[in-house]
Design a protein around this ligand. Sequence first.
Ligand SMILES: Cc1cc2nc3c(=O)[nH]c(=O)nc-3n(C[C@H](O)[C@H](O)[C@H](O)COP(=O)(O)O)c2cc1C
Length: 411
Amino acid sequence: MHCAQKMTHNIYWIGSNDWRTERFENLFPIPNGVSYNSYFIDDEKTCVVDSVDAEIREEYFDNLSHLLNGRDLDYIIVNHMEPDHCQTLLETLERYPNCKMVGNATTFRMFEQFYRTPKPDQYYTVKEGDEICLGKHTLVSYTMPMVHWPEVTCTYEKSTGTLFSADAFGTFGTINGNIFADQTDFIATYEDEARRYYTNIVGKYGPQVQNAIRKVSGLEIKRIAPLHGPIWRTPETIEYILHKYLHWSSYTAEKKGVVIAFGSMYGNTRDIAQQLAKQLSKRGVTDIKIYDVSKTNASYIIADAWKYTNLVTIAPTYNLNLYLTMENFIHELKALNFQNHKVSIIGNHSWASAAMKTMVAHFENDFKDIEIVSQPLDIKSSLKEEDIPLIEKMADDIKASIDAAEIKEVL
Ligand SMILES: Cc1cc2nc3c(=O)[nH]c(=O)nc-3n(C[C@H](O)[C@H](O)[C@H](O)COP(=O)(O)O)c2cc1C
């Protein structure tokens, strides 16, 4: 059943929601679901901006044929070739054989790689700054390489000031009737999920995100229409999401606080994490988050590690190595280019220590711009009375580093 919504002057949201998929990219839990957004422009020429995941295929085609109302489809703009936006692309081209698929050389190469059905007669190549006039609406293409994938573009519609931004400015979480962020309590509803989406999906590409923001900063943006999550259309919400992206892409902490990530088999290392948290709290530190790396999906811990100034990793030695879920957590952080934060380290071992040294080596050698706060500690099997002063000293050092931290506005 069609369920399209009007976005503005003859531009419609023709996406839908997915509550069923457990994990986005089969990696990141999405307990609040996700939307796949597609847009339809109704003008002398008809145009779709990006197609959708197969999960919402029926809704997309119902919306499209309802709005076309018997007319033909002239263009489909492909800003991003990732399958969650393209699993219905080939079918769109086959249902509407006169439709031109708008993209660049990489877009078309990827299309053929994924869908094994070249459609050269339907390719319409655009370069940076090229315009397509639909009648009253004019679309301008801008490249955004590696704002997720190499072929990515964004498309700016001049008459309405709409930026179709591909995966940029997107978020996990479904659209619940309200397609615009300003119709929701958007900070409460979307901020944490937008940060988790950004850090885990696009976090690796901070410099590319900054380049893309610089590139579009000269445009008069009245609406940002991403491929996931709500549309940003008021000055307040546009400024909010642009500002958040500038902040996140600079790897700068948003808030003073400590994320304690621990791994533990039998509880001894967990006790160390709780003791440190207590000592921090006693010293007036607020916003302390403790996560068990074996329990909480790394995507949540990573999002909070990005947000707060200080991270502490605490883990035991396991078969002469670092405990595996901590190894994995640190590996994921590194893969996302995590940087510009302060880290403290505690290991635990019983006969041949490896955890502490491995964590120190990772943060010293594999990351850039990480300050190690306090002397790393190595506890023997379980926390004892004589260890408490060591934990207190680390708490003192972390507190001092939080006090010295400056939370800078990134403009
Ligand atoms: C399967 C297993 C392998 C371990 N391997 C090592 C090791 O290679 N070197 C070492 O010093 N301790 C090793 N330990 C000891 C742990 O580091 C120690 O028991 C620590 O207290 C575990 O903390 P937890 O209670 O938080 O799990 C191992 C323990 C287990 C259960």
